[in-house]
Design a protein around this ligand. Sequence first.
Ligand code: HEM
Length: 508
Amino acid sequence: MTFVQVPLIGFLHHANIFSIALTILSLYIVSLVASRVYNAYLGPLSRFPGPKSRALTVWPLARSTWNGADNTDVPNLHKQYGKVVRIAPNQLSFLGDGKTFKDIYGFRHNQTEAKKETRFYARPANRAPGLFTADGSTHSRQRKIVSHAFSDKALKEQESMLQLWAKKLRSKLAEQATRREQTDMLKITTFDIMADFTFAEPLHMLDNSEYVSWVKTIFGGIKFGTRLRAIRMLGIISRSALEKIRSYVPSLRKKSMQHLKYITDRIDRRLAKTPDRPDLWSRILEKGGDPRSTDAGLSLQEHYSIASLFMVAGTETTATALSGTMYYLLKNPEYMIKLQHELRSAFSSIDDMHLDSLARVPFLEAVLKEGIRMYPPVPIGLPRVSPPGGMTVGEHFVPEGTVVAVHQLSTYRQEDNFKHAYEFKPERWLGDLEFKDDRLDAFEPFSVGPRNCLGKNLAWHEMRLLLSAVLLHFDVELCKESKDWADQKVYTLWEKPALMCKLTSVKA
Ligand code: HEM
């Protein structure tokens, strides 16, 4: 009797637990599906257009992010659905015009600003927030101190240094031109310049004509970080759990430690010396005081985070703008000839190229703006979260907690904003009547408001000088392997291959 009863009771007991678990799971799934469906069809964002698949789940957005397809998928959605698209259950993408940029990113008088969507931004390796990831009063304090390094006066002090780098680039290119070698040197130069400005020591990438492994690691990390973000979007695993997993993978832990050490060693060396000429850090120290003292405006850890940020935000972006502009000039030789003619008539050597005189060459300015419009260094939308009480973006009310962004590439590839949006037409920036209806105020590649690009003016000086120095001294030819160079994927930034060119020296 007992022999038969025990397994039967055990079986019934297990069956009960099993069916209870199944019921709970089914209820959970039903309520999840119901809330998704409600949110997609009746929730506060249901009045915004977009594919229902995206309103129901975040999977399509995660897939597009994982595949590096943000530069094709989001512009296509805007083409189909218009100025605002619901790209995920809780996320809206806007096309920029002067107003939407300001509404999302600008200062909001007597109202709370839309905060950065923190899950989007990678935390610095040492965990101390540095401008990008700092919030509220920490960000204002840091920005007040660091912006001192980017004032007109501070940048003017760097003029001769920038010219030295332009000359170095020129002689390196001249060697390669003599040997008829292919080259991608523009990109490398921006890294050397930033390291020189930040640590008062270059990376010697131009000298050795190659990337140092540290730079390769940083940019390999951006694709990896973008894919981690795609995984996090799904909500299956938390950010801290993913970070924990990362810290257990020895090769990733090693890379992260190497990166931190690279920065900390250089900043420690920089703080221990007084360079013979002021660099960007001189101005930061002047305003923020010695980080080792108790009343310092910036702690030592914050110095490390900010230096690390400079080496990412201030290098690849400028290099991207220069490479893109060069590519579109090479694809549109009539504009290349015109720009070379203007530069060669206005300047006879790099010594003549001063920051203010270069800023007065309208065609140079137009070419660079058009290069950035066609190939914006930050092509995606930088996410913000609608504040308590919600916010108005353009003519739309956006409920609180919604993630909003202006998608840069979609904005610049819109016929409503820019006539012949897919064509390189610098004359649109020079008042040409054919482009009189262009929305030039929709062009904000450096963003706007309290978190806009701090290095904007430095970037402009660098871009004008380096492009002009190359075109003054060389004729440039696009190599066959780079003819479709702009067909690239986007992992937060463009995944750009080398832009291979051949050069011929034209001036002694
Ligand atoms: C063509 C070149 C560049 C472009 C298109 C560009 C674009 C941007 C954009 C769109 C942002 C806003 C990021 C956000 O809201 O999350 C930003 C922020 C920033 N950029 Fe740039 N940038 C460029 C060059 C530079 C350079 C040369 C530096 C020099 C170090 C720099 C330093 C920074 C810093 C420090 C921030 C953070 C500002 C803050 O949060 O207060 N950028 N940049």
